[in-house]
Design a protein around this ligand. Structure first.
Ligand code: ATP
Ligand code: MG
Length: 565
């Protein structure tokens, strides 16, 4: 490809609203443009990278036995009504009507569509298992599209769905996909971690997310410093390992605490530490209000609470709802003398002389003994903190930020039951299909790779997904000798199987080098002043020495450099 013809509109200025480094670099280097919030065009350089990522995904999926198909982006509303998700999915689902007022959704995901496709076909255990995948645009009207391709409203996803007659078969396929994902993310050049995750609204039980480690990541990953334990913060377990507070329980006492409302200010007022008080937070679920208790220095994990009570939806209760139920305002809430459902963290149970709100203005209790003073369901209810013991008993946990690039789920029969997708088992009995689903954010992966591979001058593509293998720069394209050597090397290298970008533009050398650093092709060859002697410069974008190489030796030296990357 000749750079003089390449549509690669670079920018000198970093757009003000681009916060993520990948977003800035991809805009500056002319890989993409925004057309509307969270909606982008992938320009030729990005399209080349996407094709390579897709190629790796396709190869690994096919090696793992999955088959590619392509489903429509436009899906009839009726399918989503069969599973109830037309209502549950909410405003993220982009909806439209046709000229006959028929309702449709733009595919945010394809469980319903694929289940409708297979339900009449995969009707015998003999036809199972099957794993089908596609690579396609997905649509989600995200509340906050941001960070460029990392959170778009239109984005490219690889989604796969597997169908099984037994749980063992699903378990085996889950592991198979888990391994395929590990191969894919290694091959695209990501430093990543598989983490235990929450299954959220999609339903199902076992699930892992694959996270690319990067500071911009929206998720916190909790991992052990000694084992390969890793979990999303939402799911990271904490152990019930709290020594009982030393002091003997004293008589419960009501005390005036003035306008102190926070754990800290009440603690200061009474001269007690945060870890000697009980924090009370009220949540609202479709089952009613629930009181959550954690130790004063801990935070309530709402996902753990949601899972414990088996709620579909959970939000913080409003001040009005709390006042109506407890006749008190946040700041002086507590578990004593209420008939609200109480769920408490294990750490609360180990307290003996604790402080908590008295559900009365300007008043708290002291010398609270949980086992004596109120009844609660005890469970692991708090967010993990750095330094906690690792749940697998090996080492302590640390935190890192991650970008979710993929996820594998065991869906079970959530969709097949809702959509009446059954097969006949060996005994001739109809059973719901057992399902798994497996997603990869292809466009998000492109950005995640940039988040891990750049320097102050631009992107440094891992060679497996670079838009070109070699950037061949004719330093002065007005010089005939340089240009003709450049063109002859271009022909040789192309013939040798490399994809080569030839910078034949009549630009200043400084501009050319800056652009080359920005777009980040892994191997660089400069054809400059020594062209008359048949000598060129060879180096890698990532750094290292610049070699002067004769035309005769070039093929071998390029191969050695390329293979070393
Ligand atoms: P998130 O929690 O980041 O919103 P999700 O868990 O809802 O993502 P899935 O339904 O698991 O996403 O989709 C599969 C994959 O698609 C994700 O692992 C992610 O890589 C990608 N993905 C999801 N939402 C977006 C988005 N808005 N923009 C780009 N990629 C996305
Ligand atoms: Mg996910």
């Amino acid at each position: 490809m000749k750079q003089s013809k390449l549509f690669m509109p670079t920018l000198r200025e970093v757009p003000a609203d681009a916060e993520a480094i990948s977003h800035q670099l991809l805009l500056r280097a002319g890989f993409m443009r925004q057309n509307a919030s969270g909606i982008y065009s992938y320009l030729p350089l990005a399209k080349r990278v996407l094709s390579k990522i897709e190629g790796i995904v396709r190869e690994e999926m096919e090696n793992a036995g999955a088959q590619e198909l392509l489903m429509p982006a436009i899906q009839p509303a009726e399918l989503w009504e069969e599973t109830g998700r037309w209502d549950i999915y909410g405003p993220e689902l982009m909806r439209l009507t046709d000229r006959h007022d028929r309702r449709f959704a733009l595919g945010a995901t394809h469980e319903e569509l694929i289940t409708s496709l297979v339900r009449d076909e995969l009707n015998s255990y003999k036809k199972l298992p099957v794993n089908l995948f596609q690579i396609q645009m997905k649509y989600r009207d995200e509340r906050r599209p941001r960070f460029g391709l990392l959170r778009g409203r239109e984005f490219i996803m690889k989604d796969a769905y597997s169908f099984h007659s037994t749980q063992e078969s699903l378990d085996a396929e889950y592991e198979n996909m888990f391994n395929a994902y590990s191969n894919i993310f290694s091959r695209v050049g990501l430093e990543f971690r598989p983490v235990v995750a929450d299954s959220g609204a999609i339903g199902g039980k076992d699930t892992h997310e694959f996270h690319a480690l990067a500071a911009i990541g929206e998720d916190t990953i909790v991992y052990s410093n000694e084992s390969n334990y890793a979990a999303n913060l939402e799911m990271a377990e904490t152990l019930d390992q709290y020594p009982r507070q030393a002091a003997e329980p004293e008589a419960l006492e009501e005390v005036h605490t003035g306008d102190a409302k926070t754990i800290e200010s009440v603690g200061e007022y009474l001269g007690v530490k945060s870890e000697e008080s009980i924090k009370t937070v009220i949540f609202k679920t479709e089952q009613g209000l629930v009181m959550a208790l954690v130790r004063g220095d801990h935070e309530v994990n709402d996902i753990k609470l949601k899972n414990h009570v088996g709620a579909l939806d959970i939000t913080m209760a409003t001040d009005e709802e709390i006042e109506e139920a407890l006749h008190s305002k946040p700041g002086t809430l507590g578990p004593i003398g209420t008939d609200m459902r109480i769920v408490a963290d294990y750490a609360v149970r180990s307290l003996t002389n604790a402080v908590c709100g008295a559900n009365k203005a300007e008043t708290h209790y002291i010398h609270v003994d949980p086992s004596r003073d109120f009844a609660a369901e005890y469970t692991d209810l708090r967010f993990a903190i750095e330094g906690d013991a690792s749940p697998d008993g090996q080492g302590i946990v640390q935190f890192a930020r991650g970008i979710e690039v993929g996820q594998v789920f065991k869906l079970g029969t959530r969709y097949s039951e809702g959509m009446n997708a059954t097969f006949l088992d060996e005994g001739g009995k109809a059973q719901p299909l057992i399902m798994g689903c497996y997603g990869i954010g292809v466009s998000r992966t492109l950005s995640a790779v940039v988040e891990q591979h750049y320097d102050e001058r631009g992107i440094i593509w891992p060679k497996a997904i670079a838009p070109f293998d070699i950037h061949l720069i004719v330093v002065n394209a007005k010089n005939e000798e340089q240009l003709s050597l450049g063109e002859s090397l271009y022909a040789d290298l192309t013939k040798a199987g490399y994809s080569v970008l030839l910078d034949d533009r009549k630009e200043r050398a400084g501009v050319k080098f800056a652009d080359a650093d920005l777009i980040g092709v892994p191997v660089r060859i400069n054809v400059g002043k020594m062209a008359s002697e048949g000598i060129v410069e060879l180096k890698s974008r990532a750094g290292g020495e610049t070699q002067e190489v004769s035309q005769a030796d070039l093929a071998e030296r390029v191969r050695a450099l390329y293979d070393s990357l």
